[in-house]
Design a protein around this ligand. Sequence first.
Ligand SMILES: [Zn+2]
Length: 93
Amino acid sequence: MADEQITTIGRCHMCKRTFGFTPATVMTVAIDPASNLPLGMTISGVFREPTPEATVRAVKHPICSDCVNRVKQLSEFINPPALQFDTWQRGNP
Ligand SMILES: [Zn+2]
């Protein structure tokens, strides 16, 4: 058992399934405890830049590999490649 990686049993935040994971490598999702939604995600499913307050209070939860795959597909779906913030400039007062 000397070379075994330390695994932890936890509950996937998304599908609530209990699974074993290695804390150093597991994917986590930052959940805003105020809304119980992933950081930056709004109730309507639209992703927004999280507020600094939300970033501070967010708690990281492990998610299982099944859900990681689902989130990856979803994020490709909700992030159109045409979205560009770098060309948008704030007006100078
Ligand atoms: Zn899951």
